[in-house]
Design a protein around this ligand. Structure first.
Ligand code: ZN
Length: 224
């Protein structure tokens, strides 16, 4: 089903946004991937994203937005802070980069508009919600309205993973024919280990549990 001419995918080179990239390829005639360098711990992320975009045969852009990582203290951009292995009670894990999706999606929308693109795809999910408020559906819907008003435009923010858990995200990747690519080429691990990762950080644990559950054959494939 073709949903429109063109779409911009906010693309980090991780499991979720890579799945979204191929989801978008199936639905739009032209797909553009946009990555951000914001001082993340693993600069390798952007290079992996570039490689995957090349393989997917989509146009790839990188924007430098160091400000996003400088505003608050968090373990993804400050190497002197040890990454929380367990989410603290009543607060965000210290991997939370305040406002990250607000900035990324707003910048992406301006960039997209400049390229005549009004469909924006992001891999945020409320289901595996680690407490990040800017991954919630309400935030995305609210921002969509704000972006329309800000630029007098009609954007559509697509969130194909919003209601999927990690096992269902693996199922989606498999149905798009990219399970192996996502498994071996993407970086989700907080310790910067590509593919199956370090095995013990929260991102790896979530990813592995999802994959095991999917491979056990009990996950329904959902595609909207
Ligand atoms: Zn890890």
């Amino acid at each position: 089903m073709i949903m429109g001419e063109s779409a911009l995918v906010v693309f980090s080179g991780g499991q979720d946004s890579t799945t979204c990239l191929f989801w978008a390829k199936q639905r739009f005639n032209r797909v553009v991937a946009l990555s951000f360098r914001y001082g993340q711990r693993h600069a390798l992320e952007v290079e992996l994203a570039r490689d995957i975009a090349k393989e997917a045969d989509v146009e790839f852009h990188v924007l430098d937005v160091p400000l996003v990582g400088q505003l608050g203290s968090n373990s993804l951009t400050d190497k002197s802070i040890t990454i929380d292995e367990v989410k603290p009670e009543n607060s965000f894990p210290n991997t939370f980069v305040p406002g990250r999706n607000l900035f990324f999606l707003s910048i992406a929308a301006v960039f997209a508009r400049e390229h005549g693109i009004f469909n924006i795809v992001t891999g945020v999910s409320q289901t595996d919600f680690s407490g990040y408020p800017d991954c919630r559906d309400a935030f995305i819907k609210s921002l969509n309205v704000t972006l329309d008003l800000a630029m007098d435009a009609q954007f559509k923010i697509h969130t194909p993973l919003m209601w999927l858990d990690k096992a269902q995200t693996w199922a989606l990747a498999d149905s798009l024919g990219v399970l192996d690519l996502v498994r071996t080429r993407t970086l989700t691990c907080y310790n910067g280990v590509v593919g199956d990762g370090c095995g013990h950080c929260p991102a790896c644990t979530l990813r592995r549990r999802g994959l095991e559950l999917y491979l056990s054959g009990k996950t329904e494939i959902r595609q909207d």
